[in-house]
Design a protein around this ligand. Sequence first.
Ligand code: NAD
Length: 360
Amino acid sequence: MAKVKKIAVLRGDGIGSEVVTEALKVLEKCESLFDVKFEIEEGLFGGIAIDEAGSPLPSSTLELCKKADAVLLGAVGGPKWDNNPKELRPETGLLALRKELGLYSNIRPAVVFDCLMDASTIKPEVLKGTDMIVVRELTGGIYFGDKFRKDTAEGQVAVDTCAYSESEVERIVTQAFEIARKRNKKLASVDKANVLETSRLWREVVEKVATDYPDVELEHVLVDNCAMQLLRRPASFDVIVTENMFGDILSDEAAMLTGSIGMLSSASLGEGSFGLYEPVHGSAPDIAGEQLANPIATILSLALMFQLSFDEQEIASTIEKAVKKVLDDGNRTSDIAVSPESKLTTSQMGDAIVEAMGTV
Ligand code: NAD
């Protein structure tokens, strides 16, 4: 009996719709190759939802997502809505969706494909074998602490408060250990424990949780050192877990090891196995509707969905292997193309990956 998974699909704006179309082809192929079935329902979200339903996150879309096992999102935003009041901006819908779904961690893989190593600014011999995941705490820390200014004799003083509770740290660190256990069993916990009290608590909690994961090798890395080591020995990292602001910066640094934004997938997770999966890139209004978008980031986000929400490692690995094969065979969308003649459209790239899934 095939397992039925409910997936809420939000195409969003710009290239969102084009890249999601290709991901849906991949899901269809999964049904024919494996013992899985999907119940797919689409919802309005972002700028298009403002135009058609008067809100970037209509209540029907929120309900759809809450009832689903996972959400696949394209991208939202565009110049058309840039000057709207805050409540009528696509990004407001995105923040509200993450909050309503209780998503407290952001997962960003950084994988270097051998055949695309030249697209990176880092030397190939340093990059080779890089395949890591950055797990970032998303709802606590300095971005959400009290902020205020006060007048003093020295002029204005601005204060941003950074706070973390034991339970906030424990849930994200546990999630990171679980992810590491499913991968190469190495976890780097990044903090600034030589200076910050929140980091000292963070480290204590990591040590406590680690006793449940004796099979996972743990290292503590200070954030400034981690920024350097990502450039010096990127291939030595497996899973990195860190607090909100450090993760914001380090996940962008790790992402840039790999080259093109069209290749970067992401997941946001909450309690249980539910997750929201989306490419890191935005709606790319400059190329929207032209079949120029690279759908690989969205297709790799699906692989993450199988890995993290559905625990279907074989399907995840089939998608990843198919992407690798297609790239090894020289197929390229324009963002990663070496010569203009070899370029594939968005749809051709999706088709090539679907075809490769049957052969890897
Ligand atoms: P962007 O990621 O949309 O585009 C940046 C550059 O990368 C552009 O030149 C674009 O053509 C290119 N690019 C992006 N994705 C690509 C792909 N799959 N294939 C090939 N090239 C690709 O970032 P931006 O231009 O700063 O933002 C455009 C809109 O997207 C804005 O409204 C922004 O708010 C929104 N945005 C949304 C999200 C999201 O939905 N999560 C994330 C970032 C930006």
